[in-house]
Design a protein around this ligand. Structure first.
Ligand SMILES: NC(=O)c1ccc[n+]([C@@H]2O[C@H](COP(=O)([O-])OP(=O)(O)OC[C@H]3O[C@@H](n4cnc5c(N)ncnc54)[C@H](OP(=O)(O)O)[C@@H]3O)[C@@H](O)[C@H]2O)c1
Length: 368
């Protein structure tokens, strides 16, 4: 293991350094998505820095968004065989990371650190170099870890100034009216580049083993590439399912060596009834999905997760039920046929198929 600066004691003004090579003793095996055979099967992430060790990330992990009892659920997920836990600074109004930390501490008392791959995400209130490093320090303290395996920039967009936003003001002045000071539209791409510089520094210090982004469009990625020292981001975690397939982004990420990790693979948790009715129902009840499920003797959720794997997408399904965790982790023993894949592909609805974050105009998905 490399010598790591303590997150609590390091000076954030230290000069960026190339990341030291990391010897890894992980028992996780690397595979292609289609040949993944268990929750231990991994994708090899892009090398980040000269001489840096390649990091392996499980193809299928466990999500922790909107988990009422995250400590209990993460404990169950690890018991169920999951090796990757995906969380974020902001989840649960900042209450999820401490709960995940408690679950990890108990789990890591009886297994090596590298038996669990931990992802957390920077929060958009902390864009900028110094701010981003402070954000990760807080996450590490809450998670009771000296490093995470993957640290993602959660959003390309800015923070809000207030939770009390008036729709009439947004209509009159646009969403940027409520962007935090310093996060103005003209500044945000440069500020994001500074955040990435902070993330590169965290990588160099060993506070994370890999860095990546989330909710980035092709345009966000192109702009980041222009200033990045560490390229590519190891992962781009985005909403991706048959209703919203982001094919251009899939092609760009494949070309650049960025692993796309899908969220809301099962349809997510934010869509309204009206939205689902407009789309023709939930993904879990769509005829194409149910048809494939019946043909293979599996569930609708397993079909959706298998579709993602056969598209070379990593996934992080969330469930608060241990039975569903087990179900979502059992997606390796069957393969969808070309016709079944095509039937699911035909569910594509472009931007209209987006199920998450519909009420957040500053999410920055539509602008650069
Ligand atoms: N980067 C980002 O901006 C971002 C955004 C959203 C999510 N994420 C990450 O991605 C993870 C997954 O996304 P998500 O949680 O939004 O949605 P998801 O995994 O698509 O769906 C979760 C929903 O599906 C239900 N469910 C789980 N397994 C099921 C099964 N086998 N059959 C039927 N229903 C099932 C869950 O209910 P129960 O809990 O009752 O089982 C929950 O309501 C998140 O937890 C989070 O870690 C990241």
């Amino acid at each position: 293991m490399p010598k790591r600066d303590s997150p609590a004691s390091s000076s954030s003004a230290a000069a960026p350094a190339k990341r030291a090579a990391t010897a890894t003793s992980s028992p996780l095996a690397e595979t292609t998505a289609e040949s993944a055979s268990s929750l231990d099967s991994c994708v090899l992430l892009a090398q980040q820095g000269e001489g840096a060790a390649r990091v392996r990330m499980p193809w299928v992990g466990f999500g922790t968004y909107k988990l009422p009892q995250a400590r209990k659920a993460v404990t169950s997920a690890l018991r169920s065989g999951y090796r990757l836990v995906d969380t974020a600074f902001i989840y649960g109004g900042e209450k999820t990371e401490p709960e995940v930390g408690a679950a990890l501490e108990a789990a890591l008392a009886t297994r090596p650190r590298d038996a669990v791959f931990v992802t957390t995400k920077h929060w958009r209130k902390f864009h900028g170099y110094e701010e981003s490093l402070k954000c990760l320090q807080t996450s590490l303290r809450r998670l009771r870890l000296d490093h995470v395996d993957l640290w993602l920039m959660h959003w390309p967009g800015p923070a809000w100034t207030t939770m009390n936003r008036r729709n009439d003001m947004i209509e009159q002045h646009g969403a940027w009216h409520y962007a935090a000071a310093g996060h103005e539209e003209a500044n945000i791409a440069a500020l994001r580049a500074e955040t990435w510089r902070g993330m590169e520094e965290a990588l160099a210090r060993g506070w994370c083993r890999a860095i990546g982004v989330s909710n980035f469009t092709v345009e966000h990625l192109r702009r980041l590439k222009a200033t990045a020292r560490v390229w590519p981001p190891a992962v781009n975690q985005v909403e991706l399912h048959p209703y919203h397939q982001q094919r251009e982004l899939q092609a760009y990420c494949a070309q650049e060596g960025i692993v796309l990790q899908a969220y809301a693979s099962l349809g997510g948790q934010d869509a309204s009834r009206a939205k689902l009715e407009a789309l023709g129902g939930s993904l879990l009840t769509s005829a194409a999905v149910l048809g494939a499920a019946a043909a293979h003797g599996v569930t609708a959720a397993q079909v959706l997760l298998r579709w993602a794997l056969q598209k070379q997408l990593a996934t992080i399904p969330k469930s608060s039920s241990e039975a569903r965790m087990l179900e979502n982790g059992a997606v390796f023993g069957f393969a969808l046929s070309a016709a079944e894949m095509a039937a699911l592909d035909a569910l594509e609805q472009g931007d209209a198929g987006r199920l998450c974050w519909k009420n957040d105009p500053l999410r920055m998905l539509g602008f650069s």
